[in-house]
Structures are given as structure tokens and as C-alpha cells.
Write a protein that binds this ligand. Structure first.
Ligand code: ADP
Ligand code: 5GP
Length: 198
């Protein structure tokens, strides 16, 4: 069975990564979301084990020491990391795995798994990003400003293979869908079929 693809999705907070991934997951049943560990407190409506594993700083440090995280990074005052085992198990069963992670973590993943597909999801403008962050209403003013500053820094990352602009959720989800489909059509993945039909 062909292995799944690892899609590394980054982009400024508020760009719409969670929204677009949720839509993508209604479009394909071969995609799953890697639930990260974080020291950030849950937002209203967020569920432990669904949106994140909400952990203490002590527990997070323990996971780092135990090498249980594929990557980890600090983001505007909190720690975030990707549990290693889940990703490996899902890829082995042929599922495509989506990581919603910031740029430093994405860089770490690309070093460890160079065949992962890095995608940068952008809002149509920084003004619209600010509007979405404020409309979401989940962060304090200081945290919103920190996240906007971090967005400007993240725009300098140059190792992404694809950019998806999230002006419209449907279009952005269809573009992610196309990127995954195209990856499965790669010559290296399919050259065995050539031998089978010879
Ligand atoms: P992220 O996961 O990147 O931090 P979210 O998915 O939480 O971003 O989206 C941030 C806010 O923007 C949410 O309130 C969401 O409903 C809204 N949003 C997402 N995509 C769009 C879009 N294409 N147009 C307008 N609003 C959007
Ligand atoms: P939020 O607090 O808005 O859910 O996420 C803040 C930022 O942390 C986003 O850019 C998101 O992609 C990133 N993030 C979420 N989980 C992880 C993770 O496991 N590792 C890293 N490096 N970043 C993450």
C-alpha cells in the first residue's frame, strides 16, 4: 500500500488554517489531522484531544525529553509540538496527515522528512488578517499584536513549495485537495506501475 503524504501547513494565525483544513476533511476521507500538544489554554469550544492536547509546561518538557515530539517550537508565549508516533502510524496506513504548525516547526519537519509537502496559507492581505483575528475574538489585544508581528516575520520564510491564498474557504480547500492529489501522481510514487504493465 502506498504511504500517505505529510502536508506541512503553516501561515499566520487567523489566516484560516483550521477552517480550511476542516473543509478539506469533509472533501476527502484519506486525510487526517495531527493533534498537537500545547501549553496554551483552550479557547471556548476547543476540546482536549480534538483541537489540541492541552498540557502543562512540565508535561510538555517531559515530552521533549522523551523524544515524543517530531518537532516543537515556542509561539507568542506558548509551546507547541507534534506527537511523533501518531504521524508515523497514520502515514504507514496510507493516510495523508496534515500538520498545522508554525514556520520554525515546519523547518524542523522538512529537515527530518524532506519528502513532506510544505504549504503556506495566506490571507488576502494583512489588513484582512487583522480583521479575522479580531473577529475571532479569542485573543487579547496584546496577543493579537504579537501574532500580527509574528505574521510579518513568517512571510520571509522561503522554503515552502506552495502558497494557498485563503480569500475563499472553498477555493483554498480545493487547492489543498489538488496539491495532495498531485503528490500521489508523482513519477517516483508510480514508476512501479510501469513495471507491472510492461
Ligand atoms: P487559523 O487556524 O489560521 O488561526 P482560523 O481557521 O481560526 O485561523 O480562522 C480565523 C478566523 O477567520 C475565524 O473566525 C474564521 O471563521 C475566519 N475565516 C477563515 N477563513 C475565512 C475566509 N476565507 N473568509 C473570511 N473569514 C474566514
Ligand atoms: P493557535 O494558538 O492559534 O492554535 O496556534 C498558534 C500557532 O501555532 C499557529 O501558527 C499554529 O500553526 C502553530 N502550531 C500549532 N500546533 C503546532 C505544533 O505542533 N508545532 C508547531 N511548531 N506549531 C504549532
Amino acid at each position: 500500500m502506498p504511504k500517505g503524504k505529510l502536508l506541512v501547513l503553516s501561515g499566520p494565525s487567523g489566516a484560516g488554517k483550521s477552517t480550511v483544513v476542516a473543509r478539506l476533511m469533509t472533501m476527502r476521507d484519506d486525510v487526517c489531522f495531527s493533534v498537537s500538544a500545547t501549553t496554551r489554554p483552550p479557547r471556548p469550544g476547543e476540546v482536549d484531544g480534538v483541537n489540541y492536547f492541552f498540557v502543562t509546561r512540565e508535561r510538555f518538557d517531559e515530552m521533549v525529553r522523551d523524544n515524543a515530539l517530531l518537532e516543537h517550537a515556542e509561539y507568542v508565549g506558548n509551546c507547541y509540538g507534534t506527537p511523533r508516533d501518531y504521524v508515523a502510524q497514520k502515514l504507514d496506513t496510507g493516510m495523508n496527515v496534515i500538520l498545522d504548525i508554525e514556520v520554525q516547526g515546519a523547518k524542523q519537519v522538512m529537515e527530518k522528512a524532506p519528502d513532506a509537502i510544505p504549504v503556506f496559507l495566506m490571507p488576502p492581505s494583512l489588513l484582512e488578517l487583522e480583521r479575522r483575528l479580531r473577529a475571532r475574538g479569542t485573543e487579547s489585544e496584546a496577543v493579537i499584536l504579537g501574532r500580527l508581528q509574528r505574521a510579518r516575520e513568517e512571510y520571509h520564510a522561503d522554503f515552502y513549495d506552495y502558497i494557498v491564498i485563503n480569500d475563499n474557504v472553498e477555493t483554498a480547500a480545493r487547492e489543498l485537495d489538488a496539491i495532495i492529489t498531485a503528490a500521489h501522481c508523482a513519477y517516483d510514487d508510480r514508476k512501479n506501475i510501469l513495471k507491472e504493465v510492461e
